[in-house]
Design a protein around this ligand. Structure first.
Ligand code: DWN
Ligand code: SAH
Ligand code: ZN
Length: 417
């Protein structure tokens, strides 16, 4: 096997090429967020990179400085299966039905979903379109989608693939992607691919974690290898404009701790740009997203958040409390490594994904166990490492609370809830 490619470091912006990419946050040496370790892997050194974010004061795109090769992140044993959450399933159900009612206009034209994962959204879109195609490079999750009878192309979406999809299937009436656009290093390439693939009146829809929410909630754990970019409406509008595309609507959505859904089309499309776009641009400017000092202030608050979490966990440790982690999320890898939390503080991490059981958390090497283990012998505290799913987890774990158990969350600062 070839040695894995080292991360590519940039101090010039990946989007505009400008040299004014200002590093503002350094979360330290980090393993791959989703590279959970088997027993055999514990004796090998882990792949690591420097997790640093920077702000481009030319085009305003916030991005990682070091980007890990996508082949190292997305492969035939990708750890994340989208269908683990009932709340996300409902969320995508509502999205598909609004698309069926308002966006689709010609059933002869395909609907293309980028980053279809296990088919959670595509299956719902297929009820509204006989020509729904999913693009999913991670072969194991793509196989789950195929088992649902879905049409999946197991490749990375790029300009070449867009050209071959158009040639084979006609231009698309919809290109959609949830939690995937921010994962793709070559976003200018994605924009060119959209120009190639979209029908004249076609629409694209993307939803990703929203920079303003990350900043206000102090959700620094959204920053990790897979998320190369942290979007504002300002940075996305600028990116798409360069490529003859236009955002015509934006909608804040509550999932994954606060995301933004953007709707776009070709600049010349008949759809009017709606007031939501200008309103959001104004809100971003008012918050100070254009100013470097806003980002340095965020970095300071991140350090304070780490201190508050460590103090809380150390206090519980001194009191002799039993504390476990709940949900082996990608974000959890960042929290545990950045805050220096290991198996001395958390007995185990429980998770509802069967393929994660028996593995260990990257870097910190805490065992991952099924939820049954949690239910069999409740600890005193469960630190929720997927705080975005806190409501869903709390509603499943009512017995834990009734028996005196408490959850810990660290967003925006550490506290018992
Ligand atoms: O952007 C991404 C999002 C959509 O998904 C990807 N880059 C990777 C992944 O991020 P994550 O791993 O932080 O995802 P979640 O959805 O915040 O975390 C899910 C984890 O939580 C899974 O391992 C399953 C677990 N979980 C659980 O054990 N019980 C989740 C729920 C809802 C539960 O009830
Ligand atoms: N859309 C799902 C999955 C998000 S996880 C959801 O919202 O839950 C990100 C997914 O994007 C992974 O399944 C990964 O394999 C896929 N992905 C990463 N880069 C991609 C690319 N260039 N083209 C298409 N899919 C990609
Ligand atoms: Zn830039």
């Amino acid at each position: 096997m070839n040695a894995p490619k080292p991360p590519a470091t940039t101090f010039s912006c990946r989007i505009c090429g400008g040299s004014s990419l200002h590093p503002f946050l350094d979360l330290g040496k980090m393993p791959i967020a989703n590279a959970f370790l088997s027993c055999a892997q514990l004796s090998h050194p882990e792949y690591t990179f420097q997790l640093q974010a920077g702000f481009c004061d030319s085009c305003h795109m916030v991005q990682l400085l070091e980007a890990v090769d996508p082949d190292i992140l997305f492969h035939d044993h990708y750890a994340y299966f989208s269908s683990i959450s009932r709340v996300m399933d409902d969320h995508f159900g509502r999205l598909a039905s609004s698309i069926g009612a308002e966006i689709l206009y010609d059933e002869r034209l395909p609907v293309v979903e980028i980053g279809a994962n296990d088919g959670i959204l595509l299956q719902k879109l297929a009820a509204y379109s006989p020509r729904a195609i999913g693009i999913e490079p991670s072969a194991n999750v793509a196989a789950v989608a195929r088992e649902k009878g879905l049409h999946i192309v197991s490749e990375f979406f790029d300009t070449e693939l867009a050209a071959s999809l158009r040639a084979e299937h006609c231009p698309a009436q919809l290109v959609i992607g949830a939690n995937v656009l921010c994962h793709i290093p070559d976003l200018n390439g994605v924009a060119r691919a959209l120009e190639t693939l979209l029908d004249a009146e076609g629409v694209f829809i993307f939803e990703d974690p929203y920079l303003l929410e990350i900043m206000t909630q102090l959700a620094y754990d959204q920053i990790y290898d897979e998320h190369v970019y942290y979007f504002s409406v300002t940075s996305l509008c600028r990116l798409f404009e360069k490529h003859g595309l236009r955002i015509f609507r934006v909608e804040p959505i509550p999932v994954h701790g606060g995301s933004m859904r953007v709707y776009g089309c070709r600049s010349a499309c008949s759809r009017a740009t709606e007031p939501s776009v200008t309103a959001q641009l104004a809100a971003e400017s008012e918050y100070g997203l254009a100013l470097l000092q806003t980002y340095s202030a965020f970095a300071e608050r991140v350090q304070q958040s780490r201190t508050s979490l460590r103090e809380l966990l150390q206090r519980l440790q001194v009191d002799g409390a039993r504390v476990v982690g709940y949900a082996a999320s990608s974000k959890g890898t960042v929290i545990l490594n950045y805050c220096g939390i290991g198996s001395d503080m958390l007995e185990y991490v429980c998770d509802n994904t069967p393929s994660k059981h028996g593995l260990f958390t990257p870097g910190t090497r805490i065992p991952i166990v099924p939820i049954d283990r949690f239910a069999a012998d409740y600890p005193d505290y469960a630190f929720v490492l997927a705080w975005n799913h806190l409501n869903e987890i709390a509603s499943k774990e009512q017995t834990f609370r009734e028996q005196g158990g408490r959850f810990i969350t660290h967003i925006p600062t550490a506290r018992i809830v």
